[in-house]
Every structure is written in structure tokens, then in C-alpha cells.
Write a protein that binds this ligand. Structure first.
Ligand code: PNS
Length: 165
């Protein structure tokens, strides 16, 4: 069975990420959405919250599994028998950054192929960082994330506002 990993921070998962999953999942026997556990990045949502939001979002996708990893992506791939990494690309800036990561990963693990998936145009401006910024300032993010994630963002933004009140 051909397996691939879609790694990321997913803080939180957006409809742009889901678009990439929807495009890539049918190409593989199994697509593992792998969440980087890196507390140094100070995410809005802890690992369990991010995993829960992703599991909820991908529940209807067959052959999509959700997992966590820490350390190097190539080590996770080697240990999991995965030789393909899926990454979404929204624009030329993403492409430039992603090319560097793909080359580094391949330099570290020669069997690893990176597959770039162009994000559909309607999500080309959507990022986890921007939806957090909009949510933090009380804006409506329901067009960009799942209902579960929108509720979590609103609750987190409200918690922050109360702490600073
Ligand atoms: O969602 P993101 O933040 O764009 O995802 C970046 C991610 C998690 C894919 C990347 O930072 C990563 O793979 N980190 C694990 C550590 C690693 O392997 N670093 C070398 C990458 S070339």
C-alpha cells in the first residue's frame, strides 16, 4: 500500500489544509496527517486539541489517519515506512520555502519524494496565522475553518481578551 504523510503545525487546521487533503488522499492507500509537536513554537492549541480538531475535520475522508510527530520529519517517515511527503502550495513564496524543505528532506533521506499540491484559488490567501489574527480581533472566520475550529478559535480569543481586560 502506497502511504504518504501530510505534515504540518495545523494551529489550527483550515479549509485550505482540508482542500489539500481532499486532493491528495485519493492518490494513496493511506494519507497520514502528521502534526508537529513542538512546544517551542508556542501554538494557540496544544497537541491534543489540534489532533482532535483534525480528526473531526477529516472524519468523512476514507484512508486518512491522524498522528503526531516530534523531531525530524525524515525520521518519522523512515520509522513509518513512508516515502512521500505532501505539501500544499498557495503561491510563489510558499513554493520557494517548500522547495528548500523538499531538497533538505531529500538530502537527509534519499528515498523521500515531496509532492506539491496547489491549493485551490479560494484558499490561496488563507493561513492558520491569518485566521488566528482575525479571530483574535473578533472577526468572522467561519468561511475559512470548520465549525468545530471556529468555536475553538472564538473561545481562545475570548479567553485572551478576558486575560488582558
Ligand atoms: O505547517 P507548517 O508549520 O508549515 O509545517 C512545517 C513542518 C512541520 C512540515 C516542518 O517544519 C517540519 O517538517 N518540521 C519538523 C522538523 C524537520 O524535519 N525540520 C527539517 C525540515 S527541512
Amino acid at each position: 500500500m502506497r502511504k504518504a504523510v501530510y505534515p504540518g503545525t495545523f494551529d489550527p487546521i483550515t479549509l485550505g489544509h482540508l482542500d489539500v487533503i481532499a486532493q491528495a488522499a485519493p492518490l494513496f492507500g493511506e494519507l497520514v496527517v502528521a502534526v508537529l509537536h513542538n512546544p517551542a513554537k508556542r501554538p494557540w492549541f496544544d497537541l491534543d486539541e489540534r489532533l482532535e480538531m483534525i480528526r473531526d475535520a477529516v472524519a468523512s475522508f476514507p484512508h486518512v489517519r491522524v498522528d503526531a510527530f516530534s523531531g525530524l520529519l525524515v525520521d518519522y517517515c523512515r520509522a513509518s515506512g513512508i516515502e512521500c511527503v505532501v505539501r500544499g502550495v498557495r503561491n510563489h513564496v510558499d513554493l520557494q520555502n517548500e522547495m528548500a524543505m523538499a531538497h533538505m528532506n531529500r538530502a537527509l533521506y534519499g528515498d523521500l519524494v515531496t509532492l506539491f499540491v496547489p491549493t485551490s484559488p479560494e484558499w490561496s490567501f488563507v493561513s492558520s496565522s491569518l485566521v488566528k489574527d482575525v479571530a483574535m480581533h473578533g472577526g468572522d472566520v467561519t468561511r475559512f475553518v470548520t465549525p468545530r475550529v471556529a468555536r475553538a478559535l472564538a473561545a481562545r480569543a475570548e479567553g485572551m481578551a478576558n486575560r488582558h481586560a
